[in-house]
Design a protein around this ligand. Structure first.
Ligand code: SAM
Ligand code: SF4
Length: 327
């Protein structure tokens, strides 16, 4: 029988979010500061072979799901080749991608063929001027990327919208209509105080329970939809195929069902998005440990996974930016 990773709080860890780069071609103001340059050096990035080795070890310890994230994962050269190697690993049944979609038009077909089935695309606004203000990028590229993703056969395609008071909260209904029209799943996310950028964005924090109540005035929302093994709580919009997920780390945290850890590009295992607990794998890998020793280190790391984040009580805990751990 496959070994499993169970932490001190009896949670089964079976999902790895893998940040393949900390760099990004956008600068979403809640994520990465304008002009930020303090990136990891290439010699410190895990190579594809090192990443494959770590994910193979996770697969042998019961991990079924891996998500490629970043930074912007498509900034990492040759990502489809890495995706193909990970999709072929024993035990890995589900390989997915979180992207800002700016480069998806070019790579969608290769990524799909490599074995990625599901993608999440960040999209906070449908207005080009607003998109530029939030991300410093071009909306058109994202829309082209989404179209290419559909044509390449990704399913589902989920749109992630960070809802911010006074910035894009007036577009919630527009985004619902957009997702109904295109057959996308929609997820709303609360701003999290991660890094100084994330903390500044919490000035625009909206409790998503209020957004849900507002939506319920315009749409018939059917509650209790169970979808996936993640933190989103879903409703269905009656009379449509649209499912809307609410990711509410602040107003209703979901730590008791947390099933994941994050591996950053330089080989650090981050054990909680909202805490600083971590375990360095790169020095071990480069010191020549065996595969069995690697598994023992992963088991030891999981034992250190904290019980929960403290975004509400201690918002200053996490200094790193979200782009370092991939959300
Ligand atoms: N670049 C890819 C993208 O944008 O989808 C993947 C990495 S990005 C860090 C992953 C997710 O984190 C995105 O959906 C983004 O909106 C979200 N995110 C970043 N900073 C955040 C913050 N302070 N609060 C809430 N969500 C945040
Ligand atoms: Fe880049 Fe994604 Fe962060 Fe935006 S949220 S700056 S696209 S890593």
């Amino acid at each position: 029988m496959t070994r499993q990773l169970i932490d001190r709080y009896d949670r089964r860890i079976e999902y790895v979010r893998l940040s393949v780069t900390d760099r990004c071609d956008l600068r979403c103001h809640y994520c990465m500061p304008t002009g930020f340059r303090n990136f990891e050096e290439p010699e410190d990035w895990l190579s594809f072979t090192e990443i494959e080795r770590v994910i193979r070890a996770f697969g042998a310890l019961g991990t079924r799901r891996v998500r490629l994230t970043g930074g912007e994962p498509l900034v990492r050269h040759n990502l489809p080749a890495l995706a193909g190697r990970l999709a072929a690993l024993p035990g890995i049944e589900d390989l997915s991608l979180s992207t800002n979609a700016t480069r998806l038009a070019k790579h969608a077909v290769d990524l799909r063929q490599a074995g990625i089935t599901r993608i999440n695309v960040s999209l906070d606004t449908l207005r080009p001027d607003r998109f530029r203000a939030i991300t410093q990028g071009k909306l058109e590229k994202v829309l082209d990327g989404l179209q290419a993703a559909r044509q390449a056969g990704f399913a589902p395609i989920k749109i992630n919208m960070v809802v911010m008071r006074g910035i894009n909260d007036d577009e919630v209904n527009d985004m619902v209509e957009f997702c109904i029209r295109h057959g996308f799943t929609l997820r709303f996310i609360e701003t999290m105080p991660i890094g100084e950028t994330g903390r500044a964005a919490t000035n625009h924090y909206i409790n998503l329970q209020n957004i849900k109540a507002r939506l319920a005035q315009d749409y018939d929302l059917i509650p209790g939809m169970v979808t996936g093994g993640g933190p989103a709580r879903y409703v269905q919009v009656a009379g449509t195929d649209l499912r809307i997920g609410f990711i509410t780390p602040l107003s209703q945290h979901f730590c008791d069902t947390c099933n994941r850890v994050r591996l950053s590009v330089e080989g650090t295992l981050h054990l909680c998005l909202g805490q600083n607990d971590k375990y360095e794998l790169r020095p071990l890998l480069r010191a020549g440990i065996s595969d069995e020793e690697l598994k023992q280190h992963i088991i030891r790391a999981i034992e250190q996974k904290p019980e929960r984040h403290e975004f509400n009580d201690k918002p200053a805990t996490v200094v790193r930016f979200m782009s370092m751990t991939g959300g």
